[in-house]
Design a protein around this ligand. Structure first.
Ligand SMILES: *Cc1c(COP(=O)(O)O)cnc(C)c1O
Length: 388
């Protein structure tokens, strides 16, 4: 009997070690891991550069309070701002904290410019922004909020893709639109570039802020550092987490100068957020992702994986409905419930994970090798061939 609460529906398997794209189970089997902690281990398991960085920092200094200057955090924030739209950063420990901080930054901005009633956030119905009280109500999901009342107010919703509803839902109380650039849990649904551009335009016209939740799709997963980059727009606020820590709990909210002005001393804080250990790991992750050619390689290999998956879709048009996603954030949408399919993949030593709308999520590490992609394709094709 487990002493853990039953809030997860766990598969009956555990692992002793990982190496790059592979996981080794306690019963001695080797699995190709295309879950990677749900887009967390961006550089795969047991990455030598990350191991070195965390060991080096662990011997020096783990934690000091944010009451003091933390040079490793100064460095990570500087690198994140030099390479992106952002002018400043607040570090957190997780995605939900980062999105919740994004909401606080948006509200605080309007408060600081004398418009405190402009405090509502417009979100996509059935999106995912985390599991804190505020972020579950931001999701507009009945399933996630059920039993957790009273409702946290301040969120309005529109259906994904419904521009008319989006425009109509904006009131003089709206502070920001908050969307995932690519919906992860919601089924790997990509907001097209023209749509991001349109959203930016609407935000400018209505003088509201644009928050793009890149917790899952950011940090190179799309083939660009941020998934919104191809659209050429600049958001105001971007929460990140998952991939930036490479497996170490780390989140952050990135923001432009305008909105950062509201976050004066004492307005927000976190005991653990931005501690030297986390910051050193974050810097080590960026060492790799910012390396010349790293993201180009993600683009090339992910294109290859998409094209191979599309071939399988053509071969099995009754099983696979659609190949979704960008870069290494991929969704294989099936015609029927995906649970059995995921189990069959696992029986054949390939780990994947579900998302909404019958989607099988395929999330290789960004360091995946071509021969590992070929192995995954072989397994997926085999499972399709025997699928009933
Ligand atoms: C995972 C995720 C979160 C929440 O991150 P946690 O670290 O689980 O709190 C928020 N937004 C998106 C888009 C996510 O995918």
């Amino acid at each position: 009997m487990s002493s853990l609460a039953k809030n997860y529906n766990r598969k009956k398997i555990s692992f002793t070690k990982g190496n790059g794209s592979f996981l080794y189970s306690t019963n001695g089997k080797k699995y190709l891991d295309f879950v990677q902690g749900i887009a967390v281990n961006s550089l795969g398991h047991a990455n030598p550069h990350l191991i070195k960085a965390i060991n080096k920092q662990a011997k020096k200094l783990w934690h000091v309070s944010n009451a003091f200057i933390i040079p490793e955090g100064e460095k990570l924030a500087r690198r994140l701002t030099q390479k992106t739209f952002a002018d400043s950063v607040i570090f957190q420990n997780s995605g939900a904290e980062a999105t919740e901080a994004a909401i606080k930054v948006a509200r605080r901005y309007f408060y600081s410019v004398g418009q405190p009633k402009k405090n509502r956030i417009l979100c996509v119905k059935n999106s995912f922004h985390g599991r804190t009280l505020a972020t579950i109500y931001a999701s507009g999901s009945k399933k996630m909020t059920e039993g957790f009342g009273p409702k946290v107010d301040g969120f309005d919703h529109f259906q994904f893709g419904d521009h008319k509803a989006l425009k109509k839902s904006i009131t003089n109380r709206t502070a920001a639109i908050m969307v995932e650039t690519i919906m992860g849990e919601g089924g790997i649904k990509v907001i097209p570039d023209w749509c991001l551009k349109e959203m930016r335009k609407i935000c400018n016209q209505r003088k509201i802020l644009l928050i793009l939740d890149e917790v899952q799709c950011g940090i190179g997963r799309s083939g660009n550092f941020f998934a919104f980059e191809n659209s050429k727009i600049k958001p105001d606020i971007v929460p990140i987490a998952k991939g930036i820590g490479g497996g170490f709990p780390l989140g952050a909210v990135l923001m432009n100068k305008k909105v950062a002005s509201g976050m004066t001393a004492g307005t927000h804080g976190s005991t653990f957020g931005g501690n030297p250990l986390a910051m050193s790991v974050g810097n080590a992750v960026l060492d790799q992702i910012f390396k010349k050619g790293f993201l180009k390689n993600v683009q090339i290999l992910s294109k290859y994986l998409h094209s191979e998956l599309n071939k399988i879709k053509k071969e099995f048009p009754k099983i696979i409905k659609e190949v979704r996603g960008v870069g290494f954030l991929i969704g294989l949408q099936l015609f029927t419930d995906q649970k059995k399919f995921i189990q069959k993949l696992m029986d054949n030593h390939l780990l994947t994970i579900r998302a909404a709308e019958n989607v099988v999520r395929i999330l290789p590490p960004l360091t995946v090798k071509k021969k590992e992609i070929d192995l995954s394709i072989k397994i997926i094709r085999k499972v399709c061939s025997n699928y009933k």
